[in-house]
Design a protein around this ligand. Structure first.
Ligand code: ACO
Length: 154
């Protein structure tokens, strides 16, 4: 599976502010994130490492006009179990509405798997809505466990 001609897949940069904050709106509420806040977040993502491994790996697919059309992250966690093993958490996957159905989501997920493998993760996990189970099964994932949550009042 390859990207459409002229599209690229790379690590997110500060220049992706408008695109990333816009594309994520297909997923959930983004809020009024300023350019300064985004830049500080990128500095944080770029600085946190487990040895040589970047903990945050927010990635983007960019179209022929340089516009962000998809975004997603694999967050690397170092655990005690599995001999202090690394686990990848896939988070915040979003494909721009008019670009859905072109396999961009699948290509992005496969790229995040590749990163996680290269960084030495023994597995990758994620939480999703029931409506997305079919998509993640197409990406090779299998149902495991139950997602639970508690939301705290501000
Ligand atoms: C961990 C998380 O972040 S969960 C949140 C996921 N994100 C969202 O829900 C945001 C809104 N949705 C989206 O951004 C997109 O629709 C995504 C990410 C779910 C899918 O991305 P797309 O680029 O549209 O999917 P893509 O074209 O790669 O589809 C790959 C395969 O999955 C199938 N598929 C896509 N979405 C779904 C779905 N919701 N249910 C079942 N199958 C699906 C496609 O038909 C395709 O199957 P095929 O290979 O047999 O043709």
């Amino acid at each position: 599976m390859s990207l459409p001609e002229g599209y690229t897949l790379r690590r997110c940069t500060k220049a992706d502010y408008a695109g990333v904050t816009s594309v994520l709106k297909v997923l959930t509420t983004v809020g009024d994130v300023s350019k300064d806040q985004f830049d500080q977040l990128l500095d944080h993502w770029d600085s946190v490492r487990i040895g040589q491994v970047p903990m945050y790996n927010n990635s983007v697919i960019v179209d022929t006009n340089g516009e962000v059309v998809a975004t997603g992250n694999v967050l690397i966690e170092k655990k005690v179990i599995h001999q202090c093993g690394l686990v990848g958490h896939i988070e915040d996957i979003a494909v721009r509405q008019d670009q859905q159905g072109k396999k961009l989501g699948l290509i992005l997920i496969q790229y995040l798997y590749k990163l996680a493998k290269e960084y030495g993760c023994y597995k990758v996990i994620l939480d999703c809505d029931e409506s997305n189970v079919g998509f993640y099964e197409k990406c090779g994932l299998k149902r495991a466990g139950v997602e639970m949550k508690i939301i705290f009042d501000k």
